[in-house]
Each structure stands twice: as C-alpha cells, then as structure tokens.
Design a protein around this ligand. Structure first.
Ligand code: SIN
Ligand code: CO
Length: 383
C-alpha cells in the first residue's frame, strides 16, 4: 500500500475506488503555493467556505467561516480548512492537472488546510475519493478499511467515528500523497505545523441526480399522459379493480424510462453535473470591453480558462448543435465545430491562431461561442 514509483495505469487498476495507498514523492521537493497567512485571509471572506476545528482542554470545537477572530478560535490543537482554493489561486488549480487521469467532471475542488502540531479533524469517514498532498511539515496518517463504525458526534458540526484498525500508518513528508477512497476511515494528525492539499472528487447518488435534473427543468415540456392503450385486454374479469397488472406496471416504468433517455434529460444531466460552487462571475462588460474581446478574437489571441472552472459535455451528441455547460450555463456551437470547441474548453490555455486554421476561426458559430465564453468571465484572453 506504499507506492514508491507512481504509475497511473497501475494506480487505476489496483487502487482507485478500491484501496487506500501512500504515494511517496508524488511531487518531489514540493513547495507550498500558499502561506498560512494567505489561507487565513481567504477564511475571512464571506463567500468562501472555511472552518477552524480545534481540540482544546478536552473539547472539540468547530467554527464556521467567515472567520473574524483567529485568536479566539485558534486554541489548543487546531486546523484551519478552506474549501475551493483552486478557484482563487492558479498554482493550486494546477494540482488538479496531476490527477487528470480521472475525468474532470468527477472533480470537486481542492481544499487546503493548515494545522499546528497535534491538529486534525479526528477519525472520520468521507463519501468522496480524495488525494491529500502533504505540503510543508509532516503528518501522521492512519487509514483503515470500510466497516460499520460507531459514530462519535463530538460537536454538532463534527462527526467522528470510534475504533478503526489502521491498515496504513505512515508519516507523510512534503510531496507525499495519501489516496483515500470513499467510506475508508482515516485520521491525520500534524506532527509539526503543516499544510495539506485535498483534491476531492464527488459522486452523486441516483436520487440526487434525479431531483437535480428535475430542478434543471429536464422534463418541462414532457407531458405524455398515461393511457390504457394495449393494456386493457390483459385485465380479466376476476382481477381486483385495485390491482395494477404487470403489463400496466411495465408501461408506467417504460414511460418513465423514456423520459430519462430523452435528449432533454441528457442535457440536464450534463448541466447538473457541471454545477460548481463558484465566486461571482457575473460581470457587466462595457461596450469598450466588448469591442476589446472582439479584437482579441479577431487577432487569434490566447484564451485562458479561469482557475477552478470546468466545462462539461456529452461526448456523443446528435442534432445541429454541440453543447457544453459551465456551472449550469449552456454554451453551444455548430456540431461541425465540436472537435475544435472541445479542444478550447479542455485546455487551460490555447493560442487560437496557432491551433486553428483561419476558416475555423472565421466560422460564425465557433467565434460566437468563444465570445460568449469570454463575456461570461469563465475564460479570459491575453496577447
Ligand atoms: C485535512 O485536515 O487537511 C484533511 C481532513 C480530512 O481528512 O478530510
Ligand atoms: Co477526510
């Protein structure tokens, strides 16, 4: 369970969603892209999800951000945790490139934590796969295997578990990684002041997805009403009126299934999966700025995807348009441009003139789509 030489194919075959492991020197000589002071500054922000977890005088305490009094809450053995730091700091977003062998649409965010000696959130379970990279300092990680554990609610906002047997018990040093699959108990205790970067993945439940796509209006125009067509002859005289026959049940389920298999549902699935927790990108551009965007596109400038942004699309699409979503917002181009637009949205940075022939850049639906991306604020440009 200790990998000295990381190989992504071996990792996927033997560990991903199966077994926890330590990856030694995943990033040799890793230098933190953020200081604890900068992290604390993010935790003061209103629209950033943060918390301080401390164990002081025999008591656990959790303080949800925004944090405005660090002296008061950073007592005893404490950790400060900030979600979604990849949305604010490029060098933290770049960490997600290291695990790009897992599809981008499965990625959630990068959480960064700073702990003093003895700090940690205690033994617990998560629902998500996570790669935790050790920044400065060292931390002892214990990881166990799934089982039914007794819950230990040490604070209304902190659910821990009791008594797991570790199968991994190792000290991580800068550049090492621990990979923890969902529902595997784990506990990380800082041996000295340290930084940790948790690249987390998410997985929806079927019910979350179903309610999610209803909220995305997947079925707004679908109003096929039940009819007794072809089912009545199966009902014999003795059958109780309250009974739904197997054929009727099948018809009901088939109709539900045809909703799920509809084109609208497919769009809504992608739309729902694209939703992220993002800072406000709702800029109002001036006429002059819009003209600048036009000039940048006309000159084939470099397009830059903003930190932490992901664009999601269904690979197989039929019809006249190719669509993709960013945080629930729909963008589209003609189906003929699908390969080109995929290249744009999948790259952090792309120089238009170097990558696309003039006839592609002059294609109306392609250039309009690029303009929409720039106007949305999810992409930027440089010369
Ligand atoms: C951390 O403290 O950085 C990670 C917490 C966890 O185990 O989820
Ligand atoms: Co955890």
């Amino acid at each position: 369970m200790i990998i000295e030489q990381f190989n992504k194919d071996e990792f996927i075959a033997n560990y991903w969603q199966q077994k926890p492991c330590i990856i030694r020197a995943f990033l040799p000589d890793y230098k933190d892209p953020i200081s604890e002071e900068h992290l604390a500054g993010l935790a003061e922000e209103l629209d950033i999800d943060s918390r301080i977890v401390s164990f002081d005088k025999g008591q656990w305490h959790v303080e949800q951000g925004p944090i405005n009094n660090f002296k008061k809450f950073c007592k005893g053995k404490w950790t400060i945790l900030v979600q979604g730091v990849d949305k604010f700091i490029d060098n933290i977003d770049y960490l997600t490139d290291l695990v790009r062998f897992i599809p981008h649409w499965r990625l959630d965010d990068v959480m960064v934590s700073y702990s003093v000696e003895g700090g940690g959130v205690g033994p617990h379970l998560d629902e998500y796969d996570v790669f935790i990279l050790q920044g400065k300092g060292s931390r002892r990680w214990q990881v166990g295997l799934p089982s039914s554990f007794e819950e230990n609610i040490v604070h209304p906002l902190l659910k821990q578990i009791k008594g797991f047997e570790p199968v991994i018990d190792e000290v991580l040093r800068p550049g090492d990684v621990v990979y923890i699959p969902p529902k595997h108990p784990h506990n990380g205790v800082a041996l000295e002041p340290c930084m940790n970067y948790s690249i987390g993945f998410r997985a929806h439940t079927d019910v979350e997805l179903l309610t999610g796509i209803i909220d995305e209006h997947a079925f707004e125009n679908a109003d096929t009403r039940y009819t007794d067509n072809k089912t009545m002859q199966q009902r014999s005289g003795e059958l109780r009126p309250g009974a739904i026959t197997a054929l009727e049940m099948k018809k009901i389920k088939d109709e539900l299934a045809s909703l799920i298999f509809s084109k609208n549902a497919e769009s809504a699935i992608v739309q729902y999966l694209s939703r992220q927790s993002l800072p406000d990108y709702d800029y109002e551009l001036s006429q002059e700025e819009i003209e600048e965007v036009d000039r940048a596109l006309a000159s084939g400038a470099t397009l830059l995807r903003q930190s932490g942004i992901k664009a999601i699309y269904a690979q197989e699409q039929s019809g006249e348009e190719f669509e993709f979503f960013v945080n629930g917002e729909r963008f589209s181009t003609s189906i003929a441009m699908s390969e080109h637009i995929q290249k744009v949205v999948d790259c952090r940075e792309i120089h238009l003139r170097n990558h696309f022939a003039a006839n592609i850049l002059e294609n109306d639906t392609f250039s309009e789509c690029l303009k929409a991306l720039l106007l949305s604020g999810y992409w930027d440009y440089k010369y």
